[in-house]
Design a protein around this ligand. Structure first.
Ligand code: ADP
Length: 302
């Protein structure tokens, strides 16, 4: 965090206005000696005000830096034990250390799932930190967005089915390849599909998430439409904010930390794309993002 540059412009304008005003008053209403004294007093006052504002911002910036460092250190420290727990659980669940009873496997599965959730949260916190400090690494490659989406849908489909959500994919033929970081984009797609499933209406028999991938000029557009709970208009401005969660959803105990869309926006912006959504409370939402086409020569046959 830095002192916003507009503040310096405003301070500069105030100083110029104060000087001109003092000069005008001094010229017309007071003697030259008085004018020098008034100018001196005004300059000192302005210097004190300026110094106070800058110091205040420096303090906020330092507190922010310390908070980021704290989150980063804690996240890194947590990742090591969580990873070794994952590794040990892998050995146990893979029966490398002997057979497991049904009950033992049941409990280990629960521990494994919780551990994976913790690892996910720690990784999200680290990514949020990297985005805030403009250090998120993007390794761009040329790849097919539709194939990646198909892969992710294939992975999530069984879980979505368990929750009664049907995922459908519509894609244009002959889509060009895109240029972005496929691992980061995978995270974005996963998050958007996860949300469409998570925020479906509990008692709806026709829960649907429709993914569509199309070309729009020099971009490929990924969009996902659901008929879930939607987002109230009053909250829509905050959706891409850090730790944002819809109130009622927190009450309903839908799992999440409110970091997925913040990270998604960071990743897509760094990939020279755009991300946005429209939503109606009680009717559903459509989230979409764009990625730049890699190279027109890369067009594939369908
Ligand atoms: P999380 O899902 O972990 O809370 P996200 O950053 O992915 O975090 O989403 C932030 C918030 O935006 C969610 O808590 C929810 O309130 C709202 N939201 C996101 N996607 C949808 C959706 N498809 N339908 C309704 N609400 C959504």
């Amino acid at each position: 965090m830095q002192c916003p540059s507009f503040l310096f412009v405003i301070m500069g304008l105030i100083i110029i206005a104060a000087m001109l005003l003092t000069y005008y008053i001094g010229l017309n209403y007071v003697a030259p000696e008085m004018l020098i004294i008034i100018l001196g007093i005004v300059t000192v006052v302005l210097l004190i005000v300026g110094h106070t504002i800058v110091t205040g911002f420096e303090r906020i910036a330092q507190a922010n830096r310390m908070k980021s460092e704290f989150v980063s250190i804690v996240s890194h420290q947590l990742r090591t034990p969580l990873s070794s727990l994952k590794w040990s659980l892998g050995l146990l669940l893979g029966k490398r250390l002997g057979e497991l009873s049904k009950k033992q496997k049941e409990y280990l599965d629960i521990i494994n799932e919780s551990n994976n959730r913790m690892i996910g949260l720690v990784n999200d916190l680290l990514n949020v930190n990297r985005i805030e400090q403009r250090r998120l690494e993007i390794k761009p490659k040329t790849f097919s967005l539709d194939s990646l989406a198909e892969e992710v849908i294939g992975e999530i489909k069984p879980l979505a089915k368990e929750k009664g959500v049907t995922i459908e994919l519509y894609k244009e033929k002959d889509l060009p390849l895109v240029h972005a970081d496929p691992d980061r984009v995978r995270m974005v797609i996963q998050n958007l599909i996860d949300n469409a499933v998570k925020y479906s209406k509990k008692d709806d028999d026709n829960k649907l998430a429709e993914v569509s991938i199309k070309q729009d000029k020099d971009k490929v557009v990924f969009s996902i439409r659901d008929n879930g709970v939607g987002i109230p208009f009053s909250l829509q401005k905050q959706v891409f904010g850090k730790f944002f969660r819809g109130d009622d959803l927190v009450k309903q105990k839908v799992e999440g930390a409110g970091l997925g869309l913040f990270i998604a926006k960071g990743v897509i912006n760094l990939s020279k794309g755009e991300i946005d959504f429209k939503s109606k409370e009680g009717r559903g939402s459509t989230f979409w993002f764009t990625l730049p086409i890699a190279n027109k020569i890369n067009k594939r046959a369908s």
